[in-house]
Design a protein around this ligand. Structure first.
Ligand code: ATP
Ligand code: MG
Length: 413
């Protein structure tokens, strides 16, 4: 450990990377706005119970990944590993049940103690949405269509595919659970220790195991889809019909389960093959039991979260900084150039004034900043209350009166 290194799994986001993140987050937020989602910001730490009780005592996140600490009052707090539990807590403590159906968007850092890899960090960022208070699959359709819309808006539509499954209601899952446990018991000798432990406490979790031997066993396990009761089947039909109606393509993956405990019915993931084993970019599901189980009023919910780092990595093009106007003084007092630059900024232009050097050096700086135009303060023109305006893309230049300069610059905004 060196105190002058960033903590393992954390990163400094320098301006170029921050622009990519902002682009992802802003695109997501603006698209979510089209669907009526308003932004919520919950604290980045909560009482540990908010997560341990909701995510499930056997989930990877709770058993291995949480940043939990005792604060100076002796309370056990945890840096949020995901967004849904905090939003559900806010829903209960803020008495938001009166406001359903409620559509919430969030963005921000999440914290998980995992093995850092490309696309897997200890402090990472998510954007996510939650739709609370709607029982019908129409909500699932809307939320998934929004995810697809955002990925399209980011230019990633062709790089991702949507996989979908139904986890059924609790009755269906109980029936399935029995069949699954019986099947897994027949393969105890092959299963990893972790999966043997989960067999009793949460057998569905075994389906999500990344262990190779577990995966072989799981490949022949009974399928949840065969245990759905009529109501669950109807729900899943409604979801698929709705997605067809809005033109969102999907494939059903009968082995898709989600890592957290609180899901029912709908589970889905948008994945890409472009990021190796970190291929899931946006994932979510329905969690009808969560808020009730936390002690709030029984309220159905559906949502998803997307990894901002992973989406930013997939973006085809750089997200460029805005192109400035370069103010280039030639010999006269720098105060005049400074005043003009400030006047342009106050008028809403991105304007740059270098700190030293002759005309040549300043033009170089302008090119490096990909300036859109140069405003050259030649002594002669200045004495006529004018400057030279050079369009750096076309090379054209003209003399422009200082009076009304902003109007002549309008096209460079
Ligand atoms: P994985 O299987 O990759 O561990 P997960 O099931 O733990 O993912 P979720 O809890 O569903 O992930 O989180 C939603 C999204 O957040 C993921 O699809 C991914 O894009 C992103 N994400 C999750 N964990 C990390 C991480 N440690 N670093 C970067 N992004 C992450
Ligand atoms: Mg994970």
């Amino acid at each position: 450990m060196s105190a002058l290194q960033p903590v393992r799994g954390t990163h400094d986001l320098l301006p170029e990377e921050t622009r990519r993140h902002r682009f992802v987050e802003e695109t997501a937020r603006k698209t979510a706005e089209l669907y009526g989602f308003g932004e919520i910001e919950t604290p980045i730490f909560e009482f540990t119970e908010v997560f341990s009780r909701t995510l499930g005592e056997t989930s990877d996140v709770v058993t291995k990944e949480m940043y939990t600490f005792q604060d100076r009052s002796g309370d056990s707090l945890t840096l949020r590993p995901e967004g849904t539990a905090g939003v559900a807590r806010a829903f209960i403590s803020g008495g938001l049940a009166q406001q359903v159906p409620l559509k919430l968007f969030y963005r921000g850092p999440m914290f998980r103690h995992e093995r850092p890899q490309k696309g897997r960090l200890r402090q990472f960022h998510q954007v996510g949405v939650e739709l609370l208070g709607v029982e019908s699959p129409q909500a699932d359709v809307e939320v998934i269509a929004l995810g697809a819309h955002i990925l399209d808006a980011l230019g990633l539509g062709d790089k991702v595919t949507l996989e979908l499954n139904s986890l059924g209601d609790s009755e269906s899952r109980a029936a399935y659970r029995e069949a699954l446990v019986e099947y897994l018991r027949g393969h105890l000798d092959v299963l990893s220790e972790e999966s043997r432990n989960r067999l009793e406490r949460n057998p569905l979790r075994v389906l999500d195991s990344k262990d190779e031997n577990d995966r072989k066993v799981v490949a022949d396990a009974p399928l949840l889809g065969d245990y759905l009761n009529d109501a669950s089947r109807r729900f899943f039909d409604g979801l698929r019909e709705g997605l067809d109606a809005v033109g969102v393509a999907f494939s059903v993956n009968p082995r898709l389960v989600r890592g957290l405990d609180y899901y029912c019915h709908t589970a889905f993931e948008f994945t890409t093959t472009a990021l190796g084993s970190q291929g899931t970019v946006l994932a979510g599901g329905r969690y009808d039991g969560l808020i009730g189980q936390m002690g709030g009023p029984q309220t159905p919910g559906i949502g998803w979260a997307a990894g901002v780092e992973r989406l930013a990595m997939l973006l085809a093009a750089e997200v460029p900084a805005p192109r400035p106007l370069a103010v280039i003084p030639m010999g006269q007092d720098v105060a005049q150039a400074l005043a003009l630059t400030q006047r342009l900024r106050r008028a809403g232009f991105v304007a740059d004034l270098g700190y030293s050097g002759n005309m040549g050096k300043r033009m170089k700086r302008a090119n490096k900043l990909t300036a859109r135009a140069a405003i050259i303060l030649g002594e002669e023109e200045w004495s006529r209350n004018a400057v030279t305006l050079r369009d750096l893309d076309s090379g054209e230049q003209e003399e422009v009166q200082l009076d009304g300069l902003e109007d002549r610059l309008a096209r460079f905004r």
